[in-house]
Design a protein around this ligand. Structure first.
Ligand SMILES: Nc1ncnc2c1ncn2[C@@H]1O[C@H](COP(=O)(O)OP(=O)(O)OP(=O)(O)O)[C@@H](O)[C@H]1O
Length: 407
């Protein structure tokens, strides 16, 4: 049985929205602790306090990689900071067995006035490495970070990308048993991020436990099989990474149905995805046709209205657009309603969550009438792996083929 390296048992952390109250509560808690009483952290919330992390439990064994995903402010960084021992939970227990390498905040753990070299030695010696051990690893760390020229420059003069390069390199090269990586990695350029992923995969093979926070649903399945979705500080899902991504994307795609302006002559009444028999449908496979039933209505008879439809990925934004005007379809609308069918053939999308934006315009350039954002949501299910050809990845399935020959 692989050894459990991280145990998080019913952990909660609360914060206070008001700085003044937070200072006052801090003093109260300290007084209580000195008098040997339980501090306020154990009890219920006091005015202006809220749970940033609530009743979170999970375990990670050697060689496992856990993705932590959730909207902004969901509590991911707070959880990582507790794992790294930077802050104490108010309730619950965290056990970390082994050496922890962490990249949590930009430049975290670095003293800005010290050079990259000095910071590297300070960090490594805090982790228990002798000077000889650091000397032996120094070149690898600096070479991986790709900042040889700047290693004797004070870290305060580093760009954010350079600080992240050094931070990751130090955390990942000092024989960690546990590696904690926050989304700061996103600051690095694409080439560096790819090298980080390669390195993380190698560490994982060696049995290192990785906890990885990201907003990139493309990167996540590359190293994690399991993920936790956090909403409002609580775990709403723990399990297969593909399922977790679907749940997260549903949470991210907030529909916004704008009310039509009172002076708009026409508006979008509804837009829904249907199958061949006209029944609602929201789950598709790569290569299927998608049929959208759009209903418009107007106060007066209008001719030459224009409809523009955008297709969105939950994680990468707008992927493409369809314009009735550019396809030469003049739309007529009256107060008995108009039905428009848009068929998108052989949808070239891979697994993930998607939605549409609909914008209705009049015949004039500035006749903006009505818009609905992130509606008609749908999901592309995992395609058979042989049609995908390169594993699980949230993106577009390009029609392609390979050939090879010798000489
Ligand atoms: N020191 C603090 N004092 C008060 N509130 C805090 C503190 N640190 C974080 N918070 C709050 O706790 C909540 C969770 O923050 P956290 O940084 O953990 O979210 P996150 O999931 O990492 O978000 P993001 O994806 O934006 O980085 C947020 O409402 C945040 O404002």
């Amino acid at each position: 049985m692989p050894e459990t390296l991280i145990t998080v048992d019913n952990v909660s952390k609360k914060f206070c929205r008001s700085l003044k109250k937070s200072l006052w509560y801090g003093m109260q808690d300290l007084g209580n602790e000195l008098r040997g009483r339980r501090h306020g952290g154990d009890g219920e919330l006091r005015p202006d306090e809220f749970w940033a992390v609530k009743d979170v439990s999970f375990e990670l064994k050697r060689g496992e990689c856990l993705g932590l995903i959730g909207r902004n402010g969901a509590g991911k960084t707070t959880l990582l900071r507790m794992l790294n021992g930077l802050i104490k939970p108010d309730r619950g227990r965290i056990e970390m067995r082994g050496r922890v390498g962490a990249l949590i905040a930009l430049g975290a753990g670095f003293n800005p006035v010290l050079t990259g070299r000095e910071n590297l030695y300070v960090n490594a010696s805090i982790l228990g490495f002798s000077k000889q051990e650091i000397d032996a690893r120094f070149d690898d760390i600096v070479e991986f970070a790709g900042i040889e020229e700047f290693i004797d420059t004070p870290v305060q003069n580093y760009s954010s990308g350079m600080a992240v390069r050094l931070g990751f390199s130090v955390a990942a090269h000092l024989n960690p048993d546990i590696l904690i990586v926050d989304e700061v990695l996103a600051v690095g350029d694409v080439g560096f991020r790819m090298r980080c992923f390669e390195h993380m995969l190698q560490l994982k093979k060696k049995g290192v436990v990785i906890v990885f926070v990201t907003h990139s649903m493309i990167e996540l399945p590359r190293i994690c099989e399991r993920a936790i979705v956090v909403t409002g500080g609580q775990i709403v899902f723990e399990g297969l990474v593909e399922v977790a991504i679907g749940i997260y994307e549903k949470d991210v795609l907030e529909a916004s149905c704008e009310k039509p302006h009172s002076e708009s002559p026409a508006w979008i009444e509804s837009a829904s995805l249907i199958d061949e028999s006209g029944r609602p449908k929201c789950s598709f496979h790569t290569g299927e046709n998608i049929v959208i039933d759009i209903r418009l209505r107007s106060r007066i008879f209008v001719e030459n209205a224009r409809l523009i439809v955008h297709i969105n990925s939950a994680t990468t934004g707008i992927l493409g657009s369809f314009s009735s005007y550019h396809k030469g379809l003049p739309i007529k609308v009256d107060n008995s309603g108009t039905q428009i069918i848009l068929t998108i053939r052989s949808i070239p999308l891979l697994i993930g969550g998607y939605s549409f934006n609909f914008s209705l315009y009049g015949p004039g350039v500035s006749d903006y009438w009505h818009q609905q954002i992130n509606v008609a949501r749908f999901h592309i299910d995992a395609p058979p792996i042989d049609t995908l050809g390169y594993g699980l990845c949230h993106s577009i399935a390009f029609d392609h083929e390979w050939s090879s020959g010798i000489g």
